[in-house]
Design a protein around this ligand. Sequence first.
Ligand SMILES: [Fe+2]
Ligand SMILES: [Fe+2]
Length: 472
Amino acid sequence: MAGIDYTSLIPNNVALHENRRLQRALEDWQPKFLDWWQDMGPTGFQAKEIYLRTAVSVDAKGWAHFGYVRMPEYRWGIFLAEPEAGRQVNFGDHKGQPAWQEVPGEYRGTLRRLIVTQGDTEPASVEQQCHLGRTCPSLYDLRNLFQVNVEEGRHLWAMVYLLDAHFGRDGREESEALLQRRSGNADKPRILGAFNEPTPDWLSFFMFCFFTDRDGKYQLASLAESGFDPLSQTCRFMLTEEAHHMFVGEAGIMRIVQRACELMREHKTDDLRPHGGIDLRLIQKYLNFHCSVSLDLFGSEISTNAANFYTTGLKGRFEETKKDDDHQLKDAAYTVAGLDGERITVREEGALVSLNERLRDDYVADCARGVARWNEVIRKHGIDVELTLPHRAFHRAIGIFSEVRVSPDGRVISQAEWDARHGDWLPNEDDKAYIQSLMHPVTEPGKFANWIAPPPRGINGQPVDFEYVRLG
Ligand SMILES: [Fe+2]
Ligand SMILES: [Fe+2]
């Protein structure tokens, strides 16, 4: 498996032409996907030429080709990472057995649910972001938004391929349903909460890419450990693309932070509203919101589902094969945050039922590294402010902490204190209106909105003032 077949209707490196039934199922789904893309994809830019990367191989070096393409003509396809010869199930009860090339019958329902839940997030984020193009802070950012969008579309293809290839009729029904749910729709919402929140502005978009796409990274990395080999190969290649989405988020926030610092020094104030900037306090509020809703995506602290996914070999830990233990965890313990009346404490739990919390820990550590890089920018400007991750118990809707009110620094507080103060911690109506007031399109090549600094370099070696989107 090396090159990608671009001559067929659906680009792929899975020898689709050798499986007529599957090819027909996917060719039947393709026009429905395109209808969905026209309906729910980026509003107002479907006919424009965008400077996008397209996967042309799954080789770690040089897997992408860059060029102008209209989004509906993007070559969405099915690309799996190279198979690993002699790969085994690396954890759980089946540890040491050859990895499965077909779905084990007894895990069919569970595996389908895992794939559908992952797959559902991909079109959801495209739907959440569909209006952002109209208020882009630059052509560079507009292009990055669309790059993320088309790749989320490809991630949907990746999951639909698994459903159609391995789950027969049920799989095909799930593939259709993935195009029918809608982010934020009361009757047919997307499966996970964070994917029903609106992404109404670019500050939210960058936060979403940083925090919520990063949840995606950790879920994909755990699924890449799966004993079901096609899922592993699919997720490994998705991770290659996912890295860019997190770059968009981290670099986007970094540029907003940098611009805030510049305006603070220029005007000798930390209130940047009179100067059209986004001040650090407001950035912190958006950070608090997006971090907390993304923490919910990892699920309950104690979860027998998570334990089952692991013991059955379907979903591993982050970097499972790099860990040096028995990979079965039956007698192992793990330290989990919990509640003791009004106090937040930690306690030992069985490692298997704590796997959600362990993945959340890996995620929080990764988020903290990004926040430290933002703080480095602030420090270099000689400003004595630090952005911080909110306590994991803050503003939670899932898990043990959903039962209490907690401040960002981790104090359990009364409902009255929450009511009085949550507008200081999370974006309030006034904040949202202010951010919205900044959202005016800037579309001249090389120009940037006043609230965000230009990037240090362009995409794929192009200059920053390159015409990343041809609007003419
Ligand atoms: Fe994705
Ligand atoms: Fe993503």
